[in-house]
Design a protein around this ligand. Sequence first.
Ligand SMILES: [Ca+2]
Length: 492
Amino acid sequence: MWADTMRSRLTNLQDDAAMNPVIPKLSLSWLRLTANLILLASWLAVPGGAEPAPRPPNIVLIVADDLGYGDVLFNPLHPKEVSTPHLDRLARESIICRQAYVTGHVCSPTRTALMTGRYQQRLGLYTAGEAGSGVPMREKLFPQFLQPAGYTSMQIGKWHLGPTPAWSPALRGFDEVFGFLGRGAHDYYKLNDPADPIYRGTTPLSLDGYLTDHFGREAVAFIERQKTKPFFLYLAFNAVHAPLQAPAEDIAQFSTGNPDRNTLLAMGRRMDVAIGHVVAKLKQEGLWENTLLFFLSDNGGPLGQSASNVPLRGGKHMDYEGGIRVPFLVCWPAQLPAGESQAVVSALDILPTVLAAAGLSGPSGQPLDGMNLLPVLRGETAIQPRNLFWSSGSHEGWWAVRSGDWKLVGEKTRVGLFDLSQDIAEKHDLANAKPEKVAELTKLHDAWLAEMPDPIKSGGKRYGLAATDGQAPKKAKADRRKKTGPVVSPAP
Ligand SMILES: [Ca+2]
């Protein structure tokens, strides 16, 4: 790195000399000689004569909870009352991915995919109840992939991938932990509840203050502790998930006429300030250029809490775009030019992208479902059409597939077909007009779903059908009854 800097300075001086005859030729020769001697000395100082390997980038993964597509300033269609100035500043240094998706419409399934790099359905986890009950311990998680490159990892905030300390991120590759485990929600002020503690590592804490502020402070303190070595920071806010709670002075800054909306925006604003502190710390320590940072929401904004997903249809708990398309930033100043991308990206892509950036190969026995985004984001390869899939199993009955610009979305027995290149708001259902396209996309989804195991809790993969992948519901019991008479239930 240092030798590169010297080379670059010498090149700049030579360029300056070509432009400016005032720089004496003698000075240039002296400079060139000195630089070459220093380069030789640095080369000799390294065993084997090789330059030291460059430090891999720091990885910062910031996840907002239930933040609507429309509730960030970097969405140009945002409602006028939205206020996220720090995220907006970050967005101007990032690549804004306008067509970015998570793998589900609620928290823990999408966080499962984020941490495993695989569709959560591969583990039989289709719903929040299933994924929240615990991602199998055999599954390797994000920080474990980074350990061979010497990363130190910290998880801050909401985990929601297992309810008890037996599922703690401290047992899943995170060297440091500060956050809560169990449910998707946590009170923002009651931080001393033994039934739902905030943990440091696996030790319950008793705290005062506002939860989002704690998460921001912990992130800054982690960067301070780890600034000399590569680190992975997973900063998983529960903001702006319910309960709707924010400091009164923040709520007072909003006057939409809707108290819920005011509080929601105040929660977002408080998270925005925390993110601002994290970015400022990275810059202050000279780490910014070589930090690969992702920011996204874990699912769409809930319409019942006055979130905005403008211009998208629907919200949390739905597979319309408003439930699964999310605000998404990628920032790596040393490697990626700021701008916008129209590539269709998935939260599944984050792990493969990070592994590529860190010079690590992917797993052999646990194939990842996403792709390394760096070639596309650098403009080295063209954007290719791709297929993405969603399913929340038989209970909810939502499913969807995106293939190129076409999207088929199903809710129980209804399906809708949309051309997203013309109709981002999914207003014009083309299912009746294009039955062949419905059949094509249904077949794609069927093939994907056939690879997935049944949901771990109960029920089949599809609405109205029992387990066994789309076959007719099992009739074993009924058939048995015909042959053997009524089945007598055991006494309770
Ligand atoms: Ca969520």
